[in-house]
Structures are given as structure tokens and as C-alpha cells.
Design a protein around this ligand. Structure first.
Ligand SMILES: C[S@@+](CC[C@H](N)C(=O)[O-])C[C@H]1O[C@@H](n2cnc3c(N)ncnc32)[C@H](O)[C@@H]1O
Length: 246
């Protein structure tokens, strides 16, 4: 094993409780954060004899977390059984994409994914349109064109300014009456026990964003909060926020 691989394995051991791994060939743009290696994750799910969704749920959150999150999103969004276009930032393994697609049968499901090793799997989902992911924008998506713009476990670990840029982009691409949904770590997620645990374990991966500030900023862009749902995250929780565009 090379010195570099040994160092990477050491870092990955430290990151494991947070459900993230460093992989080779990653961008040096700080906006683009590493994700689980597709090869290793798919192999681990196969070895365990479970679906990739179940494997990631167990590894990084809690059993059933993906299904519960999508159910909450769809209940709050009330999109019906057919939508024209969905746009997802950072779909990773496609665990949310598969469920949202099965429920809403979109004509097009646009994805912006910076981890190239997951793209072959994502391309196998129905009606997927792989957009060029620059790590910052939804530049290939027309203004006011999508019924649902969403992201999961992305805005918990990319830099704040990149999240804010993406939120502006989501507000731009969603059609009037459409839905914007994403989860974040905010003040509702950091109770004393979680904060103590994160300090003790040196959980440098996550960033917090103020809920009030977020709601004000999105309200200025025509997005009003429909409701929210807490989602497990290893060692804590995030809050899924669901908005409708005026
Ligand atoms: C923690 S993973 C979550 C993946 C998936 N949404 C899920 O919950 O299983 C974050 C995802 O965002 C992607 N990502 C990281 N930085 C990004 C960026 N700047 N723009 C778009 N995607 C990004 C990663 O490659 C990864 O797929």
C-alpha cells in the first residue's frame, strides 16, 4: 500500500461515522465535496445482501430513513402522481431519485452530480437527464421549468456560500406553484446532547445554517414554507424543509 493510500484510508476511518469517504481523483474546488466511493459502496451492499438504499441508510443514518424522508416530502409537497420535471442536486447513489421517480413519474429527472463514479448507476434510472455539474449552479436548467427542485444531505457539508448559491438557483428554476425541498443542520437540530457529542468527536464535517435567516431569504425569493420533517444523520439529525413557490 502506498503512503497516499494509507493516508487516505486513515482519513476514511475518521470520516466513517459521518457517512463520507475521500476518493481518488476528486476536484480541488472546495465547493465540491467528496462522497462514498461507488465501487466500494456497491460491493459492500452486495456483500451484505441488501439494497444500496438499505446499506446507506444503515451506514449513515437509520434503517428506513430514505423512505420516511421521501414520504414526508411528498406528503408536504402534494405533487400528485405525475410531474413534468424534477431537478436534484447531489443525488449520489440515486436512493431519493428512485423513490421520487416511482411516485411522481416525471418526464425528465435532471441531476447535477459531481461524483462521476456514481453516474453510470444514476443513468440507469428512468428519464434521467445528466446535467453538467460545475459544483455551483443549475446552469443547464431553464428558469421556471421544474415542478420539484431538491437536495438531500448536500447542504449539510458543502461550504455555506455554495449552499446559498444553490438555493438561489433552486428558486430560479422552480415553476410558480412548484416545490423546493432540502435538508440542513439548523438550530432545531443542535440540542445540547448532539452539540456535546459533535464537539467530543470532532465532527468538523458539518456546517449549521440559521433557520430564520434561511426562511427570510427564501421568502424574498417567493418561497414559503409548507412544513418540515426531521431526518436522522449519523450522530444527529437534519431538518428537511419543504417550500412552495408563489
Ligand atoms: C453526502 S452525499 C448525499 C448523496 C445523496 N443525496 C444521499 O443522500 O444519499 C452528497 C452528494 O453531493 C455531491 N456533491 C458534493 N459537492 C457537490 C456540489 N458542489 N454540487 C453538486 N453535488 C455535490 C456528492 O458527490 C454526493 O453525491
Amino acid at each position: 500500500m502506498s503512503v497516499l493510500s494509507a493516508a487516505r484510508d486513515g482519513v476514511n476511518r475518521a470520516l466513517r461515522p459521518f457517512g463520507v469517504q475521500m476518493v481518488r481523483g476528486h476536484s480541488d474546488d472546495p465547493a465540491i465535496q467528496p462522497f462514498l466511493s461507488a465501487r466500494r459502496t456497491l460491493a459492500a451492499a452486495r456483500r451484505a445482501g441488501v439494497s444500496v438504499e438499505d446499506h446507506i441508510d444503515r451506514y449513515s443514518a437509520a434503517a428506513g430513513a430514505t423512505a420516511e424522508t421521501v414520504d414526508a416530502l411528498l406528503r408536504l409537497a402534494d405533487l400528485g402522481e405525475h410531474v413534468e420535471r424534477v431537478c436534484e442536486i447531489g443525488p449520489g447513489s440515486g436512493r431519493y431519485a428512485a423513490r421520487v421517480t416511482a411516485a411522481t413519474h416525471p418526464d425528465a429527472y435532471e441531476i447535477y452530480e459531481t461524483a462521476g463514479d456514481w453516474l453510470p448507476r444514476l443513468r440507469s434510472l428512468p428519464n434521467v437527464v445528466v446535467r453538467p455539474a460545475d459544483g455551483h449552479t443549475l446552469s443547464a436548467t431553464a428558469t421556471g421549468s421544474v415542478d420539484l427542485a431538491h437536495a438531500h444531505k448536500v447542504f449539510v457539508y458543502i461550504p455555506l456560500v455554495v449552499t446559498v448559491g444553490y438555493l438561489d438557483e433552486m428558486a430560479r428554476v422552480v415553476r410558480p406553484g412548484g416545490i423546493v425541498a432540502f435538508d440542513v443542520v439548523n438550530e432545531n437540530c443542535l440540542d445540547a446532547a448532539t452539540t456535546k457529542n459533535w464537539v467530543a468527536s470532532g465532527a468538523t464535517l458539518y456546517g449549521m445554517i440559521s433557520r430564520t435567516w434561511l426562511l427570510d431569504r427564501l421568502a424574498q425569493r417567493g418561497l414559503s414554507l409548507l412544513g418540515s420533517h426531521f431526518v436522522p444523520l449519523s450522530g444527529g439529525r437534519t431538518e428537511l424543509l419543504v417550500f412552495r413557490r408563489a
